[in-house]
Structures are given as C-alpha cells and as structure tokens.
Design a protein around this ligand. Structure first.
Ligand code: ATP
Length: 350
C-alpha cells in the first residue's frame, strides 16, 4: 500500500473489494479525497455506495484492499477512525422515545462532552436545524424531514474532521435541502472533509469538488463536475426553425459551425449541434441564420447536466426506482446510533 499523508489525503481507498455471498458489492474501489474537500459518490441503486461508506466508517470489514481515514487504517485502527468521523446515514439514528433535545444531549454525552457542553451544543444545533420549536417533543411525533435533521445534527455534535453522509438530504423539502447544503459548505470552509452519496445530482454539482461515479462496485469515472460534463459532450446549440421547409438550410449552417453531427427532428422543427466556444458560437450561428433568411422561433445554448453524465455513463437515471439492495441492509447493522464513538459501532460484517 502506498504512503498516504493524512494531512493532504483525508479519505483513501485502494483496491477495496467486498462481497455479500455471490454479490460482489465492491470490485476494486480506488479513491482519494483531499482534506477540506467534498467528494460526491454517485451511482445507480445497488452500485456499492453504502457499502463503501460502511467500510470507511468501520461498520464493515473489506475482503481485500486498504482504506484509511485521517491517516488511520480502518481495519487496523478502527477506534482511531471512529474518533475522527461523523456519519449521517440513510436510516435516521434517532431514539423515538426521547425528545429532540434529549437525543442530542445523549449523543453529546456519548461523545464524552461534559453535561454543560452537551446541553449548550444541543441548543445550538436545535437552533441551526430549525428544531427549537419542537425540541421538547418526543421524536416519535416528528415528521421524516425533522428526524433526518435531528440525525444530521447528531452527526455534527463534535464537529468531526471527516464526515460521511449517505444520501443526507433524501426526503427533505427544498428549503431544508438548501439549509443543509449551506451547513455542509460552512463545515467544509472550516476544514471538514466530506464524502457524500446522493441521488440529487444538483446536490453533487453544488457541493462536490470532485465526483466519483461507481457502477457494479467499480469506479467508472472521476473528476470535477465540470470535467465530467465536458466528457459527456460539452455545449450544444439548439434551434427551433419557424418553417420546417427551412430545416435543410439551417442544418447546413449548423453543420458548418458545429463540432459534430447535426441532429434534427424536422416535424418538431428542432435541430441541434455540438459546439465549442459557447456564447460566441451561439452568436455566430444566429448571425448566419439571419443572413440566410432562416426564421427561427427559438435558439439556446445548452450544457450537459450531471444527470446527462450519469445517464451516459451508467445507462440509468440517478433516481431509478430501488430494486433489491439498500432495503436489505439491516437498519440495526447500519450502526448509525452513535457514529464517531470509539467502540460504539460493532463490526457488522455479513
Ligand atoms: P442504493 O443507492 O440503492 O443505496 P448502493 O449503491 O448504496 O445502493 P449498496 O447498498 O452498497 O449499493 O449495495 C451494493 C450491492 O450489494 C447491491 O447489489 C446490494 O443488493 C448488495 N448488498 C448490500 N448489502 C447487502 C447485504 N447486507 N447482504 C446482501 N447483499 C447486500
């Protein structure tokens, strides 16, 4: 295994494999997350994202390969790893019989905060996550979104240097999602390293410095969101002509100024071509169409989204309905109750 500086690389994996019986969930994952950055782990349902997170958070032992967090090997030094991580998972780790305030206080005490510090931190987080008004209601009465916010607040109790988030905003409404994005941004600005999985690609676009796309337990693409979009085909100019009879003339102009094949749907009077040079190419196409007397109803420069990237690489949309997979993970074995507490999470190997 190569030497990895815990200062520059906060999360590291090399050749990770993990099988559940005949299912090869991880098939040689390599990844590296520089300290103080966000890696978005993307992949269709069953790609191996949760399994990767469970290995990094010491809940699952890999079959082979190496993984380290903050410089500590997850298999050899799990307690050291747990001291340095927070985990917010797909299953909200909330005790339903306790109030929101009691949940946070209890987690704070498990993190070995003093009673006074645990109380003060709970008040801060309840406020930050908009839960002050329901702080003294039992969590049983909370909506799904409120539980998730309480769970996330718990993961942030001791400001861990490395934070793992498995679909952190699943089920949150847009205002709460944006609130959480801002919280994550703030943490990263203060030096926290974050690895998150998400099915909301706009979330990865907004938050992630780098994205790793995994499929069938292998990394199939990596890079910044912009790099990946560029690989998927770059910019396109899309035109809607007013008369379908002018389609051929428009196609000739697009062909001469574009960088690839013109695609057209003439009954709908639509044409499109890949371009380089963005707005300049758009202006030139517009000028030439005008000079040729081609009347248009619409013209636009479009950029691929991460959704396009994802679809072209995996053949799935990011939100394919779940098949067999995550539901099979026993919530108890996900071990999310007290992330970060040495010895609190048991090895949940299967
Ligand atoms: P999702 O987006 O649906 O949460 P994922 O990318 O997180 O999916 P994993 O949950 O890591 O994927 O699952 C990877 C593969 O391993 C899937 O085929 C899944 O069915 C299988 N798997 C996961 N956990 C178990 C388990 N405890 N026992 C058996 N198979 C499992």
């Amino acid at each position: 295994m190569r030497y990895v500086s815990p200062v520059s690389v906060a999360i590291y994996a090399e050749g990770l494999t993990k099988s559940y019986g005949a299912v090869r969930a991880l098939d040689g994952i390599d990844l590296e997350v520089p300290g103080g950055t966000v890696l978005g782990l993307l992949g269709p349902n069953g790609a191996g994202k949760t399994t990767t997170i469970r290995v990094f958070t010491t809940l699952l032992r890999p079959d082979s390969g190496h993984a380290s967090v903050a410089g500590f090997d997850v298999v050899k030094h799990p307690d050291e790893v747990r001291r340095r991580i927070g985990l917010a998972g797909q299953f909200a780790a909330v005790d339903e019989c306790l109030t929101g305030r009691e949940n946070l206080y209890m987690t704070g005490r498990l993190y070995r905060l003093s009673p006074k510090a645990a109380r003060a931190r709970s008040v801060e987080l309840l406020d930050q996550f908009g839960l002050t008004g329901v702080a003294d209601h039992t969590a049983r009465s909370y909506s799904g979104g409120m539980r998730r916010r309480l769970d996330l607040a718990g993961a942030l109790l001791v400001s861990p240097p490395v934070l793992f988030m498995d679909e952190p905003t699943a089920g949150l409404d847009p205002p709460n999602r944006i609130m959480l994005w801002k919280t994550i941004r703030r943490l990263v600005n203060d030096g926290t390293t974050v690895l998150l999985t998400t099915q909301y690609l706009e979330e990865a676009d907004f938050l992630a410095d780098a994205v790793c796309v995994i499929n069938h337990g292998k990394v199939i693409a990596r890079g910044s969101p912009d790099d990946l979009k560029a690989q998927t085909g770059g910019d396109r100019v899309e035109v809607v002509v007013h008369h379908s009879t002018q389609g051929a003339a428009a196609a000739g102009i697009l062909q001469s100024l574009g960088t690839g094949k013109v695609s057209s749907n003439l009954p709908a009077r639509q044409l499109a071509v890949p371009v380089t040079g963005g707005a300049k190419a758009l202006a030139e196409i517009l000028r030439r169409l005008d000079a040729a007397g081609v009347e248009i109803d619409d013209i636009a420069l479009t950029r691929p989204t991460l959704d396009d990237v994802f679809l072209s690489m995996t053949g799935h949309t990011a939100r394919t309905p779940a098949g067999a997979g995550p539901d099979e993970i026993c919530p108890a074995a996900s071990g999310l109750a007290v992330p970060g507490v040495p010895g609190a999470a048991e090895e949940a190997d299967s």
